[in-house]
Each structure stands twice: as C-alpha cells, then as structure tokens.
Design a protein around this ligand. Structure first.
Ligand code: UDX
Length: 445
C-alpha cells in the first residue's frame, strides 16, 4: 500500500496558512504526498517569496490555487465576508480541481482532505466524492472541545442560542477532568459579531465529517479535553521551524545578538502575537513605563500595524534604550535563548506552546478568543504563570507590571514547575509522532 496523498486546504489567512503549511512539510518528511491548495493571492505570495524558500517548499509539496472570490479592493479584515465569499467561490470549483489533480496522478489519487476552521465545506465536497477528511487545528484541544460543546451548552440553557453569551454568571466544566472555566471566557467571546458564533455552531456539525481532529498540542497538557471526543488526536508539539509564507512582518534578527550580551535569565520578553492591538494609547504608555520601572533588560514587540508608530508612541519619560524594541521578533529563537527570564504574553496558543516548550514562566495578559482559556491553563492548571490584573478602568497599570514581574521572578516554585512542564512536553513528542503515524496509516486505507 502506497503512502497517502493529502490535499491540504487552509482558510486564506496567515494564521491558518502557515500552521497548515508547516504541518504539510512535517507530513512530507514522513513520506506522504501533499497537494497544498491556496487562494490565488496566497499562492502568488508563496511563489514570489524568497526563491530559495519556495524551491524548498516545492521540492516536497505541490502548490495549486483557486480564486477565493475576495476582490482586491475588499477589506480582508471583514472576516464574515471572507468566510462567505470563500465558501461560495471555492466550493463550486473544488470538484473539478480534484478531478484534474487525480487525472495527472492516476497512481496516487487524493486519499484525504485536510482543512482548517471555516473550510468544513471542503470536507462535505470530499464526502460526496468518497474522499476521507480530517481537521487540522493549530490551537488547543480545549478550545476545539469548547466549540464542540456549543450545542450542549445551548441545550442546557447555559449560553444563549443566538449570541453564545452566558445566560447567567457561572463557571462550567466541559468534562469531569477539565478545569472550571468562566462561561464568559469561551473562545467565541469578544467575536462581538454574532455571525461568528452562529457560523461556528453550524461549522462544528460539518467538521464532524472529519475522521480526526488533529491538534497541535500534547496529551499531558490537556488530558481532560481528550475525553470529550474520540476524534481529538494530539500530534504536537510541532516546533520545527519549517518554511512559511512571507509574513507581512519582517523579523528583526538583531535581537539575538542583543540577547547574547545579556546575563542568563535576565530579560523580560513582551509580545502580543500577530493580531491583538494594545489599546488605548494610555495602555501602551502604562506598559512602557512599567517596563521602565523594572530596571531589567527587555524585548518589546510593537507591530507596525498596532496603530502606534515606534517613533511617536511613547511618552518623553520612557527610557526605551534600556530594552530592545522591535516590530517583529524571531520569537521561537528568542524564547529558547538562555537570557530570557519570563514572557509577558497575550496567551495565543502558539505563544503559549512556545513558552511552555522552552520552560519560560508567563505573565498573562489575555484579550479574547481562546486566550482566556489558555490563561486558565497557564495560571490555574499548569501553574507556570501569573495573571496581570486590570484596574477599575480596565487598564493594566505600570505598578502592577513591576509588582507581578518581580513576584514571578522571585517564585522558585513557578520556575521549577516551568522546567518540569517543559520536560513533560518534550517527552510527549514521541507520543505526538506515534499519533502522526497512526493518522498516516489510517489515511493509507
Ligand atoms: C491567533 C489568536 O489571536 C490566538 O488567540 C489563537 O490561539 C491563534 O490565532 P496570534 O494572536 O497571532 O494567533 O497568537 P499566537 O497563536 O501566539 O501566534 C503568534 C505566532 O507569531 C507565534 O508562532 C509566534 O512565534 C509568532 N511571532 C509573534 C513571531 O514570530 N514574532 C513576534 O514578534 C510575535
């Protein structure tokens, strides 16, 4: 029996493209054949990226594309529109594309379609054509388990069926071994347009066509979540630095040389991922002045699209020279550097996993979606971090930043637990590989 041929179809945003592209490269290393379907726009970015990088990607993976129907003048940040347009445009074209791919490769037809969130429709197309399917979820199993519980939570009257908001203040447990979570901290929280909640309610039904829900996590990190569905399969942590689509953010690699000059475990690393913005301006001021108070070196990532230019964002009294301010850091390399002491993070799943994988303690500053759940795991389940508390106006003040960083760095138990957690996660890699093999063997059918 030959190796399976996967058709990987990410939702056309960077946060889905890159993790699935990385996962596809891992599957290719296991000897699988991969066809990677992008929107025309992302395909062109992949092709026009660094020639060397495109060559490496294309030596393992066949790239194909379809239009996603989003007009170049349309606002791609309007996700509700992108979701609907993508479904309407790509869905009708996919069966012919599959036929063409199979005609060119008659000995090794597509055996399984792998999608990310919002692309469940492609599993339906596959189902109609008799092709197996799987979901790739580049976030925690708990967040997927939460989406999968929507019908139950609605049925039990815990959340409203139209908005997803809790009907009263309460904490919920999705399964007996999972932590108590605030009903308001579910991953659809802060997607203030009810479209997203209603869309996910329907999407989860379609994603059930996928035989496996492959999560970039490991079993021991979120044991309880795996009892909620037999489809959940931990295949992580995927930490290989694989090739990516050109991101709009250019990495400032000078921070590694700068880190080399700093004492061991001295630097506070501050980053809020690729989407979150620090608002209002007074909050950025408190953060900047809080870092001043620390009297320690730090790396602060302020993306150019955060709405603040690096030159005019800070108040005069801010001594930015004490730290290194960059618009995008090589985060995996930064977190694995021995000079790092702790991570002030928005608790996006990738950042969470990368911090845990390197044994770095956290100061949690969650904003929305799955970040609140991830914070619960960091602070209450794994106990490898502390949460930054907001004042009555919803701001995290400079004094709070100073106090919590100092408290965290004096806490030897948190440091010990962080190292133990890291060791456990590294051990789980073997299990992740076994699960990947299990998935690949299943796809050979
Ligand atoms: C989004 C959501 O916000 C998050 O809640 C969800 O869990 C995943 O999708 P994002 O906000 O970008 O993701 O956060 P995160 O998941 O942490 O991913 C950020 C990625 O960007 C990480 O892999 C990190 O290494 C990388 N990064 C971030 C850099 O390479 N450089 C930086 O300066 C900042």
């Amino acid at each position: 029996m030959g190796m399976p041929h996967f058709l990987a179809i990410p939702y056309p945003i960077l946060g889905h493209m890159n993790p699935l592209l990385e996962f596809s490269q891992v599957l290719a290393k296991f000897g699988c054949k991969i066809t990677f379907l992008s929107s025309d726009e992302n395909y062109n970015r992949l092709k026009s990226g660094c020639a060397e990088q495109s060559k490496v990607i294309e030596s393992h993976i066949k790239l194909v594309s379809l239009p996603d129907g989003v007009d170049p003048d349309d606002d791609r940040k309007d996700q509700a529109k992108v979701i609907l347009t993508t479904i309407n445009t790509m869905r009708t074209k996919l069966p012919n594309l599959i036929q063409d791919i199979n005609a060119l490769d008659s000995d090794n037809n597509i055996s399984c379609i792998i999608v990310t969130k919002n692309m469940g429709w492609a599993l339906e197309v596959g189902h109609q054509l008799g092709i197996n399917g799987a979901l790739f979820w580049p976030a925690s199993a708990t967040s997927l388990a939460s989406f999968n519980s929507i019908q139950t939570l609605v049925g039990e009257g815990i959340i409203d069926s139209e908005t997803g908001l809790p009907n009263r203040k309460q904490e919920i447990k999705l399964s007996p071994k999972m932590p108590l979570m605030d009903a308001v901290a579910m991953p659809w929280y802060c997607l203030d347009n009810p479209f997203f909640f209603l869309h996910m309610k329907e999407e989860m039904k379609i994603l059930n066509l996928g035989e496996w829900w492959l999560c970039n996590t490991c079993f021991d990190l979120e044991k309880g979540a795996f009892s909620t569905s037999p489809k959940l399969l931990p295949i992580g942590p995927l930490m290989e630095d694989e090739h990516k689509i050109n991101s709009p953010f250019v990495e400032d690699t000078s921070c590694i040389d700068w880190l080399d000059q700093q004492p061991p475990q001295s630097v506070v690393y501050v980053s809020f991922g690729s989407m979150v913005s620090i608002k209002p301006p007074s909050q950025l001021k408190e953060l900047a002045l809080g870092l001043n108070l620390l009297k320690r070196p730090y790396i602060l990532v302020v993306r150019k699209d955060n709405g603040f230019g690096l030159n005019n964002a800070y108040v005069d009294e801010f001594r930015g020279s004490q730290g290194k301010i960059v618009s995008w850091a090589p985060q995996k390399k930064v977190l694995s550097h021995p000079a790092i002491a702790c991570f002030i993070s928005h608790c996006g799943w990738n950042s969470t996993l990368e911090g845990v994988y390197n044994g770095v303690p956290f100061l949690c500053w969650p904003f929305c979606s799955d970040q609140l759940i991830n914070k619960t795991y960091i602070c209450d389940v794994w106990k490898v971090g502390l949460e930054l508390e907001k004042d009555e106006n919803g701001l995290i003040l400079r004094g709070e930043i100073k106090k919590k960083v100092e408290k965290l760095l004096e806490d030897e138990e948190i440091k010990e637990r962080s190292v133990k957690l890291m060791e456990m996660v590294i051990k789980n890699k073997t299990e992740g590989h076994k699960n990947l093999n299990k998935f690949i063997n299943w796809a050979k059918k």
